[in-house]
Design a protein around this ligand. Sequence first.
Ligand code: AP5
Ligand code: MG
Length: 210
Amino acid sequence: MNIVLMGCPGAGKGTQSAKLQQAFPLYHISTGDVLRAEIASGSELGKKLGEIVNQGNLVPDELMISMLEGIVRSTDKGIIFDGFPRTVGQAQALDEMLARLHRSITHVLMIDLPEEEVVNRICSRKQCKKCGAILRVDAEKPVVSCPSCGGELYTRPDDTPQRAKHRLSVYRQSTLPVKDYYQGGGKYTEINGNQTPEKVFEDIAKILQK
Ligand code: AP5
Ligand code: MG
């Protein structure tokens, strides 16, 4: 099983990836997390990436693809691709890369979320520095540490209302066309992301168990 998990910013790709990893023997690759780790390392490459990612723009295809290939090669497990591909060029490159490795995409899952929910979701997100847990925080009842491990929580620099809106417009322009690339191939399914995380996962699990 190799899954492409698509969806706009805040659709729940990271939340559902965590649930999928608990239920199936899958390796999770979030290109956003890969980029944030490089930025946090303080490397020269990380500095350049930070300027792009923190503004909500896309990293150039060739660079993203070259960063991904080594990670894909490092595992024999089925993979969840979270946030990749994000352009038609990346989708074509992924098919070519997997073919070279005698693998292929088995499922493309699009988590749909109404646009008016995006800013709300993005601006109430916190993530744990220690265990990576993704939380939804109520502004009225702020959470100071991770309920799972007690780790420190942080807010992503691209999680401001203005950048969330910009990311959404980048998504509409560059990533929505990827839907056409996959539709019609028999692997593509849309899931209603505007339900509880548990219900979204139930819908995803039904598709994977078919
Ligand atoms: P990335 O990290 O992938 O960000 P994104 O696509 O904008 O998506 P998010 O991570 O913001 O949202 P999500 O869908 O994972 O939602 P989550 O589960 O966290 O990419 C960041 C940046 O990196 C890009 O802008 C770009 O610059 C760069 N980049 C990454 N990949 C790239 C690529 N392939 N090419 C080029 N550049 C790339 O949930 C969000 C919130 O909602 C949380 O608070 C969560 O608790 C809550 N929530 C989740 N599900 C539900 C639910 N069902 N009901 C209620 N709340 C929910
Ligand atoms: Mg994410």
